[in-house]
Write a protein that binds this ligand. Structure first.
Ligand code: SF4
Length: 259
C-alpha cells in the first residue's frame, strides 16, 4: 500500500516525493525508471516500444525513463533535452542508439573522457571519465517536444541529481537552449545563484553561478545541441563540438586530450 498518493508512480507529485527520498545517485537512477507522472509521455514511450522502427523490430525497447549516466563524482555534467523515441527509449542509455549520441560519444572518446568511441546500450560496460550526462526530461516526447508542464513535472529528478553531484561538479554544459533554460531553476534549487539578468544561451556562452554557501562557483557553458538538424546543416560541426566540450572539460578541472 502506498504511504500517500504521491507514492504512486503516476501521481504528478511523485517525482518531487520520490527524488527527495533518494539516498544517493545510484538510488535516484534506479527510482526514476519507475516514474509514470506524465500520462502523454508514458503513452508515447510505450506505444513506440510496441510499434518499433522496422530496423529494430527484433529488439526489446527499454520504454521507461532514462537515468543519468556517468560517475557519481563527475566534475562535468552534460545536459541534453529528452530521450529519442528509437534511441535512448530503445537502448536504455542516454544519447545512445541515434546519430546525436554517436557524435557525442565519439567526441568524448577522442578527448579521453570515455573508454570507447561507441555507446551501444544500457549495461554494455562503457565508462566515462569525470563526465556525467543527463536530461531535464527523462521520457521520450512526441516530436522531441516536451510541454512546459512535462518539463516542470520532471524537474525534481535533475534537481536531486545536481544536489548529489554538488560536492564535485564544477561545470555544466547545456546542449541547446532547452537544456540551458531547463537547468537554471534546477541549479538555483540545488544551491547556486542565478545571475541577473538571467544569462542567455548561445554556442560557447559561459556564465558563472556563485555558490549560495561557501564553496566554488559553477560554470555554465552553452553548446548547440547535437541534433541532426544542427549537425546535418553544419551549424554544429564535429570540430566545434570537440572544441566546446574540451573547453568545458578544462573549466571543470579535467585534463582532456589535445585536439
Ligand atoms: Fe516521470 Fe519525467 Fe518521465 Fe514525466 S518525463 S514520466 S516526470 S520521468
Amino acid at each position: 500500500m502506498p504511504l500517500c498518493p504521491a507514492d504512486e508512480p503516476g501521481h504528478p507529485q511523485h517525482p518531487a516525493e520520490a527524488a527527495a527520498r533518494a539516498t544517493g545517485l545510484a538510488d535516484l537512477d534506479r527510482v526514476v525508471t519507475h516514474c509514470r507522472a506524465c500520462p502523454r509521455l508514458v503513452e508515447w514511450r510505450e506505444e513506440t516500444a510496441r510499434t518499433k522502427r522496422l530496423a529494430y523490430r527484433d529488439q526489446d525497447y527499454w520504454a521507461r525513463p532514462i537515468p543519468g549516466f556517468g560517475p557519481p563524482d563527475a566534475p562535468l555534467l552534460l545536459v541534453g533535452l529528452a530521450p529519442a523515441a528509437h534511441g535512448a527509449n530503445r537502448t536504455g542509455r542516454i544519447f545512445t542508439g541515434d546519430p546525436s549520441g554517436d557524435l557525442l560519444y565519439a567526441a568524448l572518446y577522442d578527448l579521453g573522457l570515455a573508454d570507447r568511441p561507441e555507446s551501444v546500450r544500457h549495461g554494455d560496460g562503457l565508462e566515462l571519465y569525470g563526465v556525467r550526462i543527463t536530461d531535464p526530461v527523462r521520457c521520450a516526447p512526441p516530436e522531441n517536444k516536451p510541454t512546459t508542464t512535462e518539463r516542470d513535472t520532471c524537474r525534481p529528478w535533475i534537481t536531486r541529481e545536481l544536489q548529489f553531484l554538488r560536492p564535485t561538479v564544477r561545470t555544466v554544459l547545456a546542449l541547446g537552449g532547452f537544456a540551458w533554460q531547463a537547468v537554471l531553476p534546477a541549479l538555483a534549487t540545488a544551491g547556486w545563484q542565478i545571475p541577473r539578468p538571467r544569462p542567455a544561451f548561445g554556442h560557447d556562452a559561459v556564465a558563472t553561478l556563485p555558490s549560495r554557501t561557501p564553496g566554488p562557483p559553477l560554470r555554465l557553458h552553452g553548446c548547440y545541441h547535437v541534433s541532426p538538424r544542427n549537425t546535418n546543416t553544419g551549424r554544429l560541426t564535429p570540430t566545434m563540438l570537440r572544441t566546446t566540450l574540451r573547453e568545458a572539460a578544462l573549466s571543470a578541472g579535467l585534463h582532456p586530450n589535445p585536439m
